[in-house]
Design a protein around this ligand. Structure first.
Ligand SMILES: [Zn+2]
Length: 278
């Protein structure tokens, strides 16, 4: 329910509101009326959070999921014949959407949860246990709002420097923690720093991982970094930012999200949910 409501178009979102409080028979508002009311709510939320424009609503999830393969140059040997999880930076789509992914987990700002709820922005969190274990409850709340939690290892090591067995421990160990704390083993894993070798993908597969997305842009509180030489965003790009606050950089998660949302909205992109395309 939470996941569905998060992504529902303007017209559908009234269904998530409690029906209590009505006195006597109330005629259901027309779809247009609901849409207008939801749009007004979003306009107010955007203003409240200091955005320059109202974030765009993403299209509904695709009826048919795109085929995801390793990005050219990002494959390892035996990528295809051993059916190893693909590493990719962009989802193949013609839609004007990007995917927001947020890593690590040190900053646990309750206002960030509220902001993304108010604005209905979906995102995927890649968690590293050593940073989240002091407050699993924060991430459980995030999950209850419909966001997906994925694997980012136990201790955030440089994986290619470890043996196959040690890499497997980092990935499978985090799968166990996630099952215990959040109820399921993810099928999506991101190697720390985006660094991996063939052992990483073999270990990830052995731990139940099917996809290893990295990113095509990284957002910081004060600048963007692009992977592509032309320094441009593309349809379907996976965007990375981090759970960081004033102790890590010169601003809050709210400032970071404001920068992200203002830019993508200005360029005509909506934020879609990564798992809808995997
Ligand atoms: Zn990380």
């Amino acid at each position: 329910m939470a996941a569905a409501s998060l992504l529902s178009s303007c017209a559908g979102s009234d269904a998530t509101r409690p029906a209590s409080g009505h006195r006597g028979p109330v005629r259901a508002p027309s779809p247009q009326g609901r849409q207008a009311a939801e749009h007004a709510r979003l306009v107010a939320a955007a203003e409240r959070w200091g955005l320059k424009r109202v974030p765009l609503t993403p299209p509904p999830p695709p009826a048919e999921k795109p085929e995801i393969t390793a990005r050219a140059g990002f494959e390892v040997s035996h990528q295809e014949d051993w059916d190893l999880p693909p590493v990719f930076t962009t989802i193949p789509t013609k839609r004007k959407i990007v995917f927001l992914t947020i890593d690590d987990g040190s900053e646990k700002d309750p206002r960030f949860l509220k902001m993304m709820q108010d604005l209905k922005i979906p995102y995927t969190a890649f968690l590293s246990d050593y940073l989240v274990k002091d407050d699993y409850g924060y991430f459980r709340r995030m999950q209850s709002y419909g966001h997906t939690l994925d694997n980012h290892t136990l201790h955030h090591p440089y994986l290619p420097g470890l043996s196959y067995e040690d890499q497997k421990h980092e990935i499978c160990g985090m799968q166990d923690i996630m099952k215990k704390q959040f109820g399921k083993r993810p099928t999506v894993f991101r190697p720390p720093y985006g660094n991996y070798n063939q052992d990483t993908l073999r270990a990830a597969k052995a731990c139940g991982i099917k996809y290893a997305p990295i990113w095509n842009e990284e957002v910081y509180v004060d600048h963007w970094e692009y992977r592509e030489d032309d320094q441009k965003m593309r349809r379907g790009d996976i965007v990375l930012t981090h759970f960081r606050g004033r102790s890590d950089w010169d601003g809050t998660m709210i400032d970071d999200m404001r920068r992200f949302l203002n830019k993508i909205t200005r360029e005509g992109y909506a934020v879609a949910r990564l798992e809808d395309y995997l």
